[in-house]
Write a protein that binds this ligand. Structure first.
Ligand code: FAD
Length: 422
């Protein structure tokens, strides 16, 4: 059985790994000309995602590349003294296994674990998928696949082709985010320097192996802002406006906007689809159920989703009509829970009042000052959904390849149409 996956970031390579383990023949098409190595941001692997990475044998590499950010200096707008926070306590109160790693490092690790068994096609994109499995591309010749999976992120191309315009499924949660890469002039290593004001939060972090630093900006906006997604100067202007006067550090970071080699700006939206499978096509990770970038643990959700989808296909003997609904059922509660996590994290991280700003600082100080047990209990009491990812259980799926194994190779539509569908 031949499966085409669109997107080679996190969900795509993890899915490809497990599919090939179960004997499927996998092609991954990625729009970028190569794996992304610059820019990017830190992402969180919570317990189930750490467990899956361990099963894949890549955990030592993931841990080796961990950002090591374990301290936070939190400065409240208008307050004289910063609060020092032990971030490792906060992470361990959220999940008993946690690794923070740069997303680009993570995709490289998953890619390396799959590159020998998976056909990767860079610099291309799907333009059409017909119900009988013929897929057309921008560059490559048409080919036939048994199944197609969109792992192409929040602004998924596969979702648009199969389900329609993104606006039908995205729900704005009243906030924006920006990321910028800049020189690590403060020499931050293992530390997050965060400035928080009413409706706006900016944090800079660095790690020795990065050679530079990243700033994450989060700000609230009641209404959706007016800009084009390709109009970078306008996005920078909006960011400057939102953070004007927060702190001299933040002004210095904003000064780098004109020089930065990597800049990202987007609204924080949740995807809400009743179903993310149609016919022979399904979606995984942010493409299907992004709870909101930077606030909902979406990387862990993407990894769990990829693992479950591959497992359900194997369990159903590659009958997608049974496997896709089983995958959606297995993920439904996790997806709902992660949306709740995202909304509550956004509320905490971007406080709407001065009281909220103080609450964030005091809460973080208290949790970091307490021993692990009480800090976990406190976090559970104050944030219902805080331990969602810790409570996710993942099934074991059949360990050995099955008879539907095929060889991954380029094939003309004529040749490929004879491929067994299991
Ligand atoms: C600024 C920011 C900060 C974040 N912070 C965190 C965090 O702190 N913690 C956390 O857990 N998560 C965080 N996230 C979210 C995290 O990055 C995603 O949840 C995670 O990367 C999801 O992986 P994915 O593989 O589903 O999608 P993505 O990582 O978005 O990957 C999609 C892939 O598809 C490719 N693609 C796009 N269009 C096409 C096409 N037409 N054809 C082929 N390929 C295509 C893209 O190039 C990309 O490689 C953050 C996201 C952003 C944007």
């Amino acid at each position: 059985m031949r499966i085409l996956v669109s997107g080679a970031s996190v969900a795509g390579p993890v899915l490809a790994y497990w599919l090939t383990r179960y004997g499927f023949s996998v092609t991954v098409v990625e729009r970028a000309p190569a794996l992304r190595k610059t820019g990017g941001h830190a992402v969180d692997l919570y317990r189930p995602a750490v467990d899956i990475s361990e099963k894949m044998g890549v955990l030592p590499r993931v841990e080796e590349r961990a950002t090591g950010t374990n301290r936070m200096t939190l400065c409240r707008e208008g307050a004289r003294r910063p609060v020092r926070v032990d971030l490792s306590k906060i992470f361990s109160a959220t999940s008993d296994r946690h690794v923070e790693v740069m997303r680009d490092d993570l995709s490289e690790i998953y890619y390396d674990a799959t590159r020998d068994d998976v056909e990767y096609v860079f610099d291309d994109s799907i333009t059409a998928i017909s119900p009988d499995g013929e897929v057309r591309f921008e560059n490559a010749a048409p080919r036939r696949f048994d199944l197609v999976v969109g792992a192409d992120g929040l602004h998924s191309n596969v979702r648009r082709l199969v389900f329609g315009d993104e606006s039908r499924f995205s729900s704005f949660i009243g906030a924006y985010l920006g990321v910028l890469t800049l020189p690590n002039t403060s020499g931050l290593d293992g530390e997050l320097l965060m400035h928080v004001g009413v409706g706006r939060t900016a944090g800079m972090y660095g790690a020795r192996h990065l050679g530079d630093a990243r700033v994450l900006f989060l700000f609230r906006s009641e209404r959706e802002l007016d800009y084009h997604h390709r109009d970078v100067p306008r996005q920078k202007e909006l960011l400057r406006g939102a953070f004007d006067g927060l702190h001299a550090d933040v002004d210095r970071w904003l000064d780098e906007l004109d020089r930065t080699p990597a800049f990202y700006f987007d609204s924080i939206t949740q995807l809400r689809m009743d179903t993310w499978s149609r016919g022979r096509v399904t979606l995984v990770g942010d493409a299907g159920y992004c709870p909101g970038p930077a606030v909902g643990g979406s990387t862990s959700l993407a990894i769990v989703g990829a693992y479950v989808l591959a497992g359900e296909l194997a369990r159903a003997g590659c009958d997608h009509e049974r496997a896709f609904p089983a995958y959606e059922r297995a993920m439904a509660e996790h997806v709902r829970g992660s949306r709740a996590v995202a909304l509550s994290a956004a509320k905490t991280l971007i406080p709407t009042s001065r009281l909220g700003v103080s609450g964030l600082a005091q809460g973080a100080r208290l949790i970091s000052a307490l021993p692990a047990g009480p800090s976990r209990a406190l976090l559970r009491l104050t944030t219902k959904s805080a331990r969602l990812y810790n409570s996710m259980t993942i099934d074991d799926y059949p360990p050995r390849p099955h008879q539907w194994a095929g060889s991954a190779s380029w094939a003309t539509p004529e040749a490929a149409s004879g491929a067994g569908s299991g």
